[in-house]
Every structure is written in structure tokens, then in C-alpha cells.
Design a protein around this ligand. Structure first.
Ligand SMILES: *Cc1c(COP(=O)(O)O)cnc(C)c1O
Length: 394
């Protein structure tokens, strides 16, 4: 097979579910010399970005930020809220729920997993059963990934909250919003979430490297009793530092970018941002449903009510390699797609449709996928892009 060594022209279409496209105005906002983070000139930038993130989280409660990717905020959520030997319940959704649980175990926590089919997500009846049985309230925290980036599945946070309330269970409710914040409807205070884990490089359209946790009053009270070792991520220590929510140097460039990305989200309006993500996701799903004919690739998520509006995972037909499709899309058409994570590696590829994205960008990515399927000799129904256009034009 001939592979081009020429440098591709035009823009790369970045259809990865994270990191995502960085808007030009965010890049420009970050393109500036170093500034002393104690400089009075920086204070409004810090405050603007900080308050902006709280508005996107829809909270008036506490926020702590870190120089770390999302994994750092996961670690902060566990070590600040829990003590050695505490039991947590992880709602299985895919690779990222597994990772969060593995991290918890390595910190000496007892991890119970509410098992689920990765194509469906947890059963609410099963969750109600586990909570009703836990009369001694040994479960200290319930961890849910709002949008499981590895499988393209959303969990209904309001239903989970309702199940916790119905059981009158005192467990803390921890939610990972790394690939949903700024893309899918999310309300920290209204849905009574005690700790929200977020990151910079997905719906917030920034480079990788900053993450944060929103924390409720109930979470802060639990933090005061929590005994897991911590230092860099310690919320109490942060409160005593002049850098407010950071232990070390504040990533000032990120704050200039963050202030701009929040401005973009609010200029569009959060409700419109969510509606755009839904529209682009639905167009993507319509295309995949057409490709599924002739024993072609199909939607990995088989629970339509939970199909993710920020990423679509596509299951390849038996005997066909998703990596070949990704390679062709990348090398021939300069379109970057996500691969399969963990046990889904070699079985699926993922089309990211979150962040700074519009209709022609999604159609471009879908066209490249359809061409790559053809070139790779993968059986599929033709006309997926047409179906996406029909939907977007309707
Ligand atoms: C990307 C992602 C993570 C991991 O974040 P990093 O920034 O890569 O550490 C965790 N959870 C979800 C849902 C994600 O999408």
C-alpha cells in the first residue's frame, strides 16, 4: 500500500474525543509572555476564569484547580474525601470507570463495582437494590462517569441522584464530567453532586494539562474527616496558600485561554451549545446506522436513550480492523479518529464530536470515514453521509 510522505495541506480534521480542537481565539488569548501570578494585572484573569468555570458547572460552591490532566482531579476527588478502607461504589460504564476504580484500589479503598454491559450502562433497578441493601451505609461514595468516552454512553445523573435520595442513602455522589462539561447538560448544584471532576482538553477546548474539582458543602464536611494521604491535591492546604486553589505555580497561560473559552461558551449560550452537540451527534449516529447495513460497522451503544452526544463509538464487523480504518483516514484524508481503549482496542473506533465544531467539520469527518471503509474493504451500507446531510438540512 502506498502511503504518502508528503505533508498534508489544509486543516487536519480532528475528530478525536479529546483532546479537541482549540478555537483560534483561545490560541490567541494564550499567546502571551509570562506574567507573575501575583501581578495585579493577573487577578481579574484568574477570577474571571474561576467564576466562569463555576458557571459552566452550574455551582455556587467550591472549586479547586490543578496543574494535572483529568487523572489528577480523579486522585484529588478520592484522597480529599475518603479514608483508608472506605468502601466506594463505582458504576461500571467502560474503560474510564474501570480506571477510576483501579486508582481507588491503589489508594487502599474498597471498591465495589455495579457491573454493567458496556453497550447499555448500569441498570437503575440494580442500583436501587444495592443502595436498599446497604442498610449499614458502608458505601461512602458513589462514582459515576457522566459521559463514558470509551464507549460513547451517557449516564442519567438525575436518575442516579433520585435513586440515592429514594434510599435516603448518605453516600457522597462523585461525577466525572471530563468529556461532558461544556458539551452536555450538567447541573452540579441542582443535581446535588458532591464532587465533580473536570478537565481542560475536551468540552472546554483548551490544551491538556489543567483539571479541577467542584466540591459541595457536604463534600467539604467529608473532607474535614478524610484521612487518605495527600499533599499536592490537598484542598485544606490550598486554602492556606496565596495562590488560592493551587499548591504550586499557577498555569497563567491556561487562565487566559480558559477565560476566553468560557466567554465563547456563554456567547453561544450553554443551552445552544448542548443543542449543537445533540444535533451533530444525531447526524453522526444516522450515518453509522446506514453503514450498519450489509453487516457493516454499527453503533456500539445499544441504549438509544443513553447514546452520547459528544462521542460515538463504532463497532467494527468481525474480522475487520478499526486501526486500518483510522490509519487510512489519518494518512489519506488527514482526519484523526479515536481508537478503542482497554478491552475495546482493535474492536471499535470513535468519532469525537465535541468542542469547537460545526456541521461541515462533522460531515468532512464522516465522509473520510465512509471513504476509509470503502478503501479498507469493510462491508457497509452506502450513503451514511447523505443521511447525515438529510438530518442536518431538515
Ligand atoms: C479523558 C478522560 C479522562 C482522563 O483524563 P486525562 O486528562 O486524560 O487524565 C477521564 N475520564 C473521562 C470520562 C475522560 O473522557
Amino acid at each position: 500500500m502506498s502511503t504518502t510522505t508528503q505533508k498534508p495541506r489544509g486543516r487536519q480534521f480532528f475528530a478525536n474525543p479529546g483532546p479537541t480542537n482549540i478555537p483560534d481565539s483561545v490560541l490567541r488569548a494564550m499567546d502571551r509572555p509570562s506574567i507573575d501570578f501575583n501581578d495585579t494585572e493577573f487577578a481579574p484573569v484568574y477570577d474571571g476564569a474561576f467564576d466562569g468555570v463555576r458557571r459552566v458547572l452550574r455551582t455556587t460552591q467550591s472549586l479547586f484547580m490543578y496543574n494535572a490532566s483529568g487523572h489528577g482531579a480523579w486522585e484529588a476527588s478520592l484522597t480529599n474525601l475518603l479514608s483508608p478502607g472506605d468502601t466506594i461504589l463505582v458504576l461500571e460504564s467502560g474503560y474510564f470507570s474501570e480506571e477510576w476504580g483501579t486508582m481507588a484500589r491503589s489508594h487502599g479503598l474498597e471498591v465495589r463495582v455495579l457491573e454493567a454491559d458496556w453497550r447499555q450502562g448500569v441498570d437503575m433497578g440494580a442500583l436501587r437494590g444495592v443502595l436498599a441493601e446497604d442498610k449499614a451505609h458502608t458505601i461512602r461514595a458513589i462514582c459515576a462517569v457522566h459521559n463514558e468516552t470509551a464507549t460513547g454512553l451517557m449516564l442519567p445523573l438525575q436518575e442516579i441522584r433520585a435513586a440515592i435520595d429514594a434510599a435516603a442513602h448518605p453516600a457522597l455522589f462523585l461525577v466525572d464530567t471530563i468529556s461532558s462539561l461544556g458539551s452536555l447538560d450538567f447541573r452540579m448544584d441542582e443535581w446535588k453532586i458532591d464532587c465533580v471532576v473536570g478537565g481542560s482538553q475536551k468540552g472546554l477546548m483548551l490544551p491538556t494539562g489543567m483539571s479541577f474539582t467542584g466540591v459541595s458543602e457536604k463534600g467539604l464536611a467529608a473532607h474535614a474527616q478524610a484521612k487518605l494521604p495527600r499533599y499536592y491535591f490537598d484542598w485544606t492546604l490550598m486554602g492556606k496558600r496565596p495562590q488560592k486553589s493551587f499548591i504550586g505555580t499557577i498555569p497563567t497561560s491556561m487562565f487566559y485561554g480558559l477565560r476566553e473559552s468560557v466567554r465563547l461558551l456563554e456567547e453561544e449560550g450553554l443551552e445552544n451549545v448542548y443543542a449543537r452537540h445533540h444535533r451533530l451527534a444525531e447526524a453522526t449516529r444516522r450515518a453509522v446506522q446506514v453503514w450498519a447495513a450489509n453487516d457493516g460497522p454499527q453503533l456500539f451503544c445499544t441504549n438509544p436513550a443513553r447514546a452520547s452526544d459528544s462521542v460515538t463509538a463504532v463497532l467494527m464487523p468481525e474480522g475487520h480492523d478499526p486501526e486500518a480504518v483510522r490509519r487510512i483516514a489519518r494518512q489519506r484524508f488527514n482526519v484523526s479518529l479515536g481508537g478503542g481503549l482497554g478491552k475495546l482496542n482493535g474492536k471499535i473506533f470513535r468519532i469525537g464530536h465535541l468542542g469547537d465544531l460545526n456541521e461541515p467539520m462533522v460531515l468532512g469527518a464522516l465522509s473520510a470515514v465512509e471513504m476509509a471503509l470503502r478503501i479498507a474493504g469493510v462491508p457497509h451500507g452506502r450513503g451514511g453521509v447523505e443521511a447525515a446531510m438529510d438530518y442536518l438540512a431538515s
